[in-house]
Design a protein around this ligand. Structure first.
Ligand code: AMP
Length: 425
C-alpha cells in the first residue's frame, strides 16, 4: 500500500516525500480512506503508530478540496488533545503535511500567555488544535467560534480521563454543531471512554492497531551501564563489531549529535549527524548516504529522526536514554521493521537510571544488562532487581573481581587501539 494508492492529492504527496515517509503505517492505511469518505472513526491506537498523520493528512485533503479564501474562512476542524506537548506536536505535523496546501492552523494551550494565541486566532485559521481548558477560556472570552466545525478530532481520549479533563471535553462537545464528522482516538477503552465514544459517534468505522508497547517485544534489547564521560569510548567499542551493518544513534542534543559523529569519524567509523540546525539539503544528503550504505552510522536527535524510515536498519543505539518512555519505544521501533530482526542498545549513566525504570514499566519487560564490557561504571551501581530469565549484575565480591578484569581489558583495549592508530599514521 502506498500513499498514492490512498488517493492523496499532489501537494500532500509532495510533503510526505520531504518527510521521507515511504509508505503509510497500518493505522494510516486503515483510517485515511474512512476520513476521506467523511465517516466517523473510532480508532484504538497509541502515540508512535503514526496516528497523528492518520487524521491530519485526510483532514488537510478535505479542507483543501473545499477551500474558502480570505476573511470568510472559519475554523472548520477542531483537534482536542490533552497536553501542550501533544498539541505542539500535532501542529508541527499539520505544518509539515500541509506545507503546500496553504491551509492555516493555530495551536492554543494553557500555561502561557494567551496574547499571541488570540492574535493568531484573528488570522482566520481553518484548523484549531487545542487543549480543553484554554479552548474553553478563549471561547468564553469570545475569541473562538465553534459553530462552523465540520471535523472534530478527540485525541488520546483515555488520557483526557486520566488527567481529569473529561468534564471539560464534554463542555466543549456540546458547543459543536451536531452535524459534523467525529474522529475518536484512544489507546485504551475504559468504560467511561467507550460510553463517551458511543454518545458522540454516529455509525463509526472502527480500527485498531497493535499497541506501541508490543513493538518492543520484537526488538532484541540490551542495556549498558556506563559513566557519562565513557559513553563515547563505549560507542566506538560497540561499533568495532563489524556485524553491526548500520546503526542509528540517538542523542538528546544537536550539539551532542555533532560531537558523537565527529568522534566516530576520528575513530575511522563513517558517520554523519542530522538535526534541526542542518539545512534540509544536508539532512537529506546524510539520510540518503545512510540508506545507500555509504555511511555506517547516522547520529540523530529525536526531532530530526522523525520520519526516518530505513529498511533493514540493524541497530538502534540510545547514546542517551530518553526521559519519555514512548520515545524509547519509537526509537527502537525503527529497527526490526517488517519482521526483520533488530537490536537496540542503550547506554545508561547514573542520572538516567530513573528513565530506564519508567521505560521498563511501559514496555512491561526488563532490559537485559550487558555484564561484560570495558567501560563498566566506576561508581557503586544500584543493583537492579533481578527478573526471572534475565541475567543481571553480580553481587559485590564478584563485582570487584569483574571490575578489575574489565579495567585490565580496558587498558589492553586502549593499548591495542593506540597501537592501531600509530600503525595507521
Ligand atoms: P505519532 O503516532 O503520530 O506520534 O507518530 C509517530 C512517529 O511516526 C512520528 O515521528 C511521525 O513523524 C512518524 N510517522 C508517521 N507516519 C509515518 C510514515 N508513514 N512513515 C514513517 N514515519 C511516520
Amino acid at each position: 500500500m502506498s500513499f498514492e494508492q490512498l488517493g492523496l492529492i499532489e501537494p500532500i504527496l509532495r510533503a510526505l516525500v520531504t518527510q521521507g515517509y515511504a509508505n503509510p503505517t497500518p493505522i494510516q492505511a486503515q483510517a485515511i480512506p474512512i476520513v476521506l469518505g467523511k465517516k466517523d472513526l473510532l480508532a484504538c491506537s497509541q502515540t508512535g503508530t503514526g496516528k497523528t498523520a492518520a487524521f491530519a493528512i485526510p483532514i488537510l485533503q478535505l479542507l483543501h478540496n473545499s477551500k474558502e479564501q480570505g476573511p470568510n474562512r472559519r475554523i472548520k476542524t477542531l483537534i482536542l488533545t490533552p497536553t501542550r506537548e501533544l498539541a505542539i506536536q500535532i501542529a508541527e505535523n499539520f505544518r509539515d503535511y500541509g506545507a503546500h496546501t496553504g491551509i492555516k492552523h493555530v495551536v492554543i494551550f494553557g500555561g502561557v500567555s494567551a496574547h499571541s494565541q488570540i492574535q493568531a486566532l484573528r488570522q482566520n485559521p481553518e484548523i484549531l488544535i487545542a487543549t480543553p481548558g484554554r479552548l474553553l477560556d478563549l471561547w468564553q472570552q469570545g475569541h473562538i467560534n465553534l459553530s462552523f466545525i465540520q471535523q472534530f478530532v478527540l485525541d488520546e481520549a483515555d488520557r483526557m480521563l486520566d488527567m481529569g479533563f473529561i468534564h471539560d471535553v464534554k463542555r466543549v462537545i456540546i458547543k459543536l454543531p451536531e452535524k459534523r464528522q467525529t474522529l475518536f482516538f484512544s489507546a485504551t477503552m475504559p468504560g467511561e471512554i467507550a460510553h463517551l465514544a458511543n454518545s458522540i459517534l454516529t455509525n463509526p468505522e472502527k480500527v485498531a492497531v497493535t499497541p506501541v508497547s508490543s513493538t518492543a517485544q520484537k526488538v532484541e534489547q540490551r542495556l549498558y551501564y556506563v559513566d557519562k564521560n565513557a559513553k563515547r569510548s563505549l560507542l566506538v567499542h560497540v561499533l568495532s563489531d563489524a556485524s553491526i551493518a548500520s546503526a542509528l544513534v540517538f542523542t538528546r542534543t544537536k550539539h551532542g549529535a555533532d560531537r558523537v559523529a565527529k568522534e566516530l569519524n576520528r575513530a575511522q567509523i563513517s558517520a554523519n549527524a542530522i538535526h534541526g540546525d542542518k539545512s534540509q539539503n544536508s539532512r537529506q544528503r546524510a539520510l540518503s548516504d545512510f540508506k545507500e550504505g555509504n555511511i555506517r552510522v547516522l547520529v540523530a536527535t529525536d526531532i530530526a529522526a522523525r520520519g526516518i524510515d530505513v529498511d533493514n536498519l540493524s541497530h538502534v543505539i540510545n547514546y542517551e536514554i530518553p526521559n519519555v518512555p514512548e520515545t524509547y519505544v519509537h526509537r527502537i521501533g525503527r529497527t526490526g521493521r517488517a519482521g526483520a530482526s533488530g537490536v537496540a542498545l542503550s547506554f545508561c549513566d547514573d542520572e538516567e537510571r530513573a528513565y530506564v525504570k519508567d521505560i521498563t514499566k511501559v514496555i512491561a519487560q526488563q532490559i537485559p544488562v550487558v555484564e561484560q564490557h570495558p567501560f563498566l561504571p566506576s561508581g557503586i551501581p544500584m543493583a537492579p532487581r533481578p527478573t526471572p530469565g534475565v541475567q543481571l549484575r553480580q553481587t559485590s565480591a564478584q563485582q570487584v573481581a569483574a571490575r578489575k578484569k574489565h579495567r585490565d581489558n580496558n587498558r589492553q583495549w586502549q593499548g591495542n587501539n593506540a597501537r592501531k592508530k600509530q600503525a595507521n599514521n
